[in-house]
Write a protein that binds this ligand. Structure first.
Ligand code: GTP
Ligand code: SPV
Ligand code: MN
Length: 591
């Protein structure tokens, strides 16, 4: 086997060249391709992917620049049971993470990677997370043998030479190595080595498992760095609210996977909110750091959206529909006879026939869905008609409110505000949510998902809570903290709250609270909106009776809820901040 050449190497950074050379020697690809991020390269790689059958060209008149990818049916979502944090001690990873000692894990992975890219092209994907010039931006390098990953990273990040420009001669970059191997669930490992700023992912070719800039770097490694360096890496959308008078408020919100971040970040206010404008900064990840003026500043490290397709339509998310009308890679949706795509919950009548996400003929009589419930779009954020220009501001935007939320059919009211920072951190730490199709296994079960970070916190969850509490000393103007639940249901299983665009009403109350415009009632859970301050005008079939129902705090439900907080705390007892014990006592007393 001859030594694989470095191909069209396009940097002189010695650490980069040495690392790529080492990895190429290990994986033994036939060819090495360094991505430069140019439009010409995107076109050439796309053509190659189509020729190889990795992408299917869609109807270019209806969806210019759009392609369909079908993943292996055994590989359709993140796999939490195969995701590891590799630190010397298990204590550092904590009880909520799978742990393995670094040495043993490197050995096992290098064994699997030995010669794994024979006959394949090794793509070197340099990328920048964050706006160019931002003090919060980070450089990553992903080596992958998947052309789909290379193309998707080109959408999701600022990819190509821009990363080398940012890096210069430094060796401070994330080393990410990905190989599909034979896409076998038995050989699927997503491993993080926070002390080496290294990620190795094998055996998958799907989304959060393999687009290493996203959940692996921006959240798992990111949260580890953030704790050490005094900032936050969070599973949060960031949005901008502009009032008719031009008042601007920035809000960050953490909801678990497939619980409404993309939809909320692109919210179109109902007609009644004439003059109000919501714009998107980010839809999935926020990096936040205290600024010199004592406020908390946030950037979106990503450059694209990897969003849930099913349920997206003109009524729920018109801006997303415009965004994905071009330049989009769809994964695991249905294919229509005219070369357009189909998914459950798209506008218009069901088609008479299509090809389902597995590539099999589908009709409305088929027992299975045409699109996989976790089918996704990958699309550049530049397509978003409501993109906030501040998304490219290296300094980020100052956050006034942090919202936590989950998917709860019962128990949780539509909205309340935490009493103070410590209470707010408690509210975030005890978020519960029904599991969704975004991860393999357990869909529908309620579990504790602290700050929507259960699958993404790269170190001990108790220490993470401690970090959240400590940060209050570094932020002079603390954001107000809120909790929302769009998903409460009635006895017949119908959503009590209309959601989507109507969430503007909840957001308006939150913004009013931030600007001290409305009072609130002290309740057992926190500050509750007073009926007169909460705008219900123009809502169909939703008046004061329904409002009281969606806001109700049921004592019996909350006894169970408080017990389940205790269960989480017992799991984390070794590192749990004592403040939480007192806060829970106060909650029980108020109940
Ligand atoms: P990830 O990309 O997995 O992190 O998900 P996300 O948090 O961005 O969730 P997304 O906005 O894609 O929404 C997921 C699902 O929740 C979709 O099927 C939406 O239609 C649905 N959804 C979003 N907002 C609402 C809402 O206000 N009410 C209801 N009932 N459903 C909603
Ligand atoms: C999530 O699961 O929270 C996602 C999708 O945003 S993935 O990139 O697959 O993690
Ligand atoms: Mn997410």
């Amino acid at each position: 086997m001859p030594k694989p050449s470095l191909g069209n190497c396009n940097t002189r950074n010695k650490s980069v060249i040495r690392w790529v050379d080492d990895m190429a020697k290990l994986c033994k690809p036939e060819k090495v391709h360094w991505c430069d991020g140019s439009p010409a390269e995107k076109e050439a790689l796309t053509r190659e992917a189509v020729a190889a059958g990795v992408l299917i060209e869609l109807n270019q008149k209806k969806r210019p620049g759009c392609y369909l990818h079908r993943s292996n049916p055994n590989d359709v979502a993140r796999v939490e049971q195969c995701t590891y944090i590799c630190t010397d001690s298990q204590e550092e990873a904590g009880p909520t993470n799978n742990w393995a000692p670094p040495k043993a894990m490197y050995q096992k992975l290098y064994g699997l990677l030995e010669g794994a890219m024979r006959g394949r092209t090794l793509y070197v994907v340099p990328y920048l997370m964050g706006p160019p010039g931002s003090p919060l931006a980070k450089v990553g390098l992903e080596i992958t043998d998947s052309i789909y990953v290379a193309l998707s990273m080109g959408i999701m990040t600022r990819m190509g030479n821009i990363a080398f420009e940012h890096l210069g001669e430094s060796d401070d970059f994330n080393r990410g190595l990905h190989s599909m191997l034979d896409v076998n669930p038995d050989r699927r490992f997503i491993c993080h080595f926070p002390h080496d700023n290294t990620i190795i992912s094998v055996g998958s070719a799907y989304g959060g498992n393999v687009l290493l800039g996203k959940k692996c770097l921006a959240l798992r490694i990111g949260s580890f760095l953030a704790r050490n360096e005094g900032w936050f890496a969070e599973h949060m959308l960031i949005l901008k609210v502009e009032s008719p008078t031009g008042e601007v408020t920035y809000v960050a919100a953490a909801f678990p996977s497939a619980c409404g971040k993309t939809n909320f970040a692109m919210l179109l206010p109902p007609p009644r909110y004439k003059g109000w404008k919501i714009q998107t900064i980010g839809d999935d990840i926020a990096w936040m750091k205290p600024g010199a003026d004592g406020r908390l500043y946030a950037i979106n490290p990503e450059a694209g959206y990897f969003g849930v397709v099913p349920g997206t339509n003109q009524a729920t998310n018109p801006s997303a529909m415009t965004t994905i009308s071009r330049d989009t890679i769809f994964t695991n949706v249905g294919l229509l006879p005219d070369g357009d795509v189909w998914w459950e919950g798209k506008d218009g009548p069901e088609p008479k026939e299509c090809i389902d996400w597995r590539g099999k003929p589908w009709t409305p009589a088929s027992p299975d869905k045409a699109a996989h419930p976790n089918s996704r779009f990958a699309v550049p954020m530049a397509n978003n008609p409501v993109l906030a220009p501040e998304v490219n501001d290296p300094n980020g935007v100052p956050i006034s409110a942090i919202i936590f939320g989950g998917r709860r059919a019962t128990t949780m009211p539509l909205v309340f505000q935490a009493f103070n920072w410590v209470h707010g951190v408690y509210v975030g730490a005890t978020v519960g949510s029904e599991m969704t199709a975004a991860a393999v296994g357990g869909a529908g079960q309620v579990r504790r998902d602290p700050m929507a970070m259960l699958p993404f916190c790269g170190y001990n969850m108790g220490d993470y809570f401690r970090h959240w509490l400590n940060m209050r000393k570094k932020i002079k103007h603390l954001p107000r903290i809120f909790h929302v639940n769009w998903f409460r249901k009635d006895e017949n299983g119908n959503f009590l709250w209309p959601g989507f665009g109507e969430n503007m009403r909840v957001l308006k109350w939150i913004v009013d609270r931030c600007h001290h415009r409305v009072g609130a009632e002290e309740g057992a859970l926190g500050w509750m909106p007073v009926l007169e301050d909460f705008d219900l005008k123009g809502l169909k079939n939703f008046g004061p009776v329904e409002f009281n129902k969606v806001q109700a705090v049921n004592e019996e439900d909350w006894r169970k809820e408080a017990l389940s907080h205790e269960e989480l705390f017992m799991r984390l007892h070794a590192t749990l901040p004592k403040e939480f014990i007192f806060t829970r006592e106060l909650l029980i007393t108020r109940l």
